[in-house]
Write a protein that binds this ligand. Structure first.
Ligand code: C5P
Length: 241
């Protein structure tokens, strides 16, 4: 198996499906070209930690994308319960505030101290890639999207998170400000000319990597393509050029 520092591929597959059976099927189909698979709310609500365990049992690592956002005590205990060997990333909303993020960071440190095989990194979610400036204004935030991303990123870094989830459009600015201190994980990735679905701030895989992204999260544009294995191979080839 690959060590956690040398991923087979920078592409993280978003398993936005309903059942463990479908998820494991995708892991088997795409596992030669990807080693981190993302379990989000859709699948987690149906299958819980058993699907996370099932993916780990396939020799893969899991990104548990529950975007925690609650009082610090709840987020602390949720983080304690989520971390285990094989879980690579856990997300929390940076909008939950510094105290909430620090509570998660403390939980992560506690777990890592107990077991060296527990290595999950915490990622602060800045502004969802489905939101644009009009959406922000509607919810009372009078900043530009990039201004709000930079504010939230500063708070997340101050709280001690390991990385950030952000649209590829903000990666260059984040890299400039935070250098190599943070892992940058970007959804909102679409092959050139592909359907953008509900995502509003998108880039192609090669563009996002050039901007400084470490990992690209890809869901519908890959899983709904006519030949997902071939699409993934083409994307990986485009990153090698
Ligand atoms: O299908 P698509 O490639 O748009 O999937 C993107 C995935 O990334 C989804 O699982 C979504 O929940 C997640 N995500 C996102 N924007 C964020 C954080 C996570 O789109 N800011």
């Amino acid at each position: 198996m690959n060590s956690s520092t040398t991923p087979l591929s920078p592409i993280i597959i978003a398993l936005d499906v309903d059942t463990s059976a479908e998820a494991v099927d995708w892991v088997q189909r795409l596992g030669k070209q990807a080693d981190i698979f993302k379990v989000g709310l859709q699948l987690f609500i149906k299958e819980g930690m058993s699907v996370v365990e099932a993916i780990i049992a396939q020799g893969k690592r899991v990104f548990v994308d529950l975007k925690l956002h609650d009082i610090p005590n709840t987020v602390h205990h949720a983080t304690l319960n989520l971390m285990r060997p094989g879980v690579e990333f856990i997300t929390l909303h940076a909008g939950g505030g510094v105290d909430m993020m620090e509570a998660a960071v403390e939980a992560a440190a506690e777990n890592r101290a107990k077991s060296p095989t527990v290595t999950a990194k915490l990622l602060g979610v800045t502004v969802l890639t489905s939101l644009d400036e009009d959406d922000l204004r509607e919810i009372g935030i009078n900043h530009s999207v990039s201004g709000q991303v930079m504010n939230l990123a500063r708070l997340a870094v101050e709280a001690g998170v390991d990385g950030l989830v952000t649209s590829p459009k903000e990666v260059r600015l984040l890299r400039q400000e935070h250098r190599e201190k943070v892992v940058l994980v970007t959804p909102g990735i679409r092959p050139a000319g592909g359907d953008t679905h509900d995502q509003k701030r998108v880039m192609t895989p090669a563009e996002a990597i050039l901007e400084g992204s470490n990992y690209l999260v890809m869901g519908r544009s890959l899983l709904d393509s006519p030949a997902p294995e071939k699409t993934l191979e083409e994307i990986l080839a485009s990153l090698r050029r």
